[in-house]
Write a protein of this length. Structure first.
Length: 176
């Protein structure tokens, strides 16, 4: 078996922007200003789309717009839609061990601090201010701010996340 280093998703490429090969990206890193600099090179998922070398970076109305070498126009940029930009996890956000990938969390059981079952994690929504865990309670879906005060523990080995929600939070998304 080859010794491959795990990689994390720094961003997912969205739609083209303008005519000069720029694309929008959904950012999945806490430090985009450190990651997205001209000359930075990314491996990709799917692998055949890359590697990609960053040609230009700018922010327009709060959205990162990236241009890549070899993709000079809108048509070339469109071919990158859905591609994930990967970074070596050893260099991930200054080694932040509290960084989680959606694929690590989806399917984990959600339980309260006393062990009471709540449901199953179905998604991780990345937001500029705070990320949100989506939990299917069986009666509906609820969004839980993914902060240490409300999600004090993520235990991949045990297959669970522990929630400590304020009263009423888990009932907000339930259908009645």
């Amino acid at each position: 078996m080859t010794e491959a280093r795990p990689e994390l998703v720094a961003a997912r490429i969205g739609r083209p922007h303008g005519l000069r090969g720029e694309v929008t990206v959904q950012v999945h890193t806490d430090e985009p200003e450190r990651r997205f600099v001209p000359g930075a090179e990314f491996t990709t998922d799917p692998p055949g789309a890359g590697p990609l070398r960053l040609r230009s970076v700018r922010i327009h109305q709060g959205t990162y717009l990236l241009g890549f070498e070899g993709h000079p126009d809108r048509t070339a940029a469109e071919s990158l839609r859905g591609t994930r930009l990967l970074v070596d996890d050893l260099d991930d956000d200054a080694g932040n061990e509290d960084s989680w990938r959606e694929e690590d969390l989806v399917g984990l059981a959600a339980v309260l601090t006393d062990g009471t079952a709540v449901g199953t994690v179905t998604a991780l929504h990345l937001r500029p201010v705070q990320d949100l865990l989506e939990v299917d309670t069986g009666r509906g879906r609820v969004l839980v701010p993914f902060v240490e005060e409300l999600v004090p523990e993520v235990d991949e080995e045990a297959g669970r996340v522990v929630l400590d929600p304020p009263p009423g939070l888990l009932e907000l998304g339930e259908e009645g």
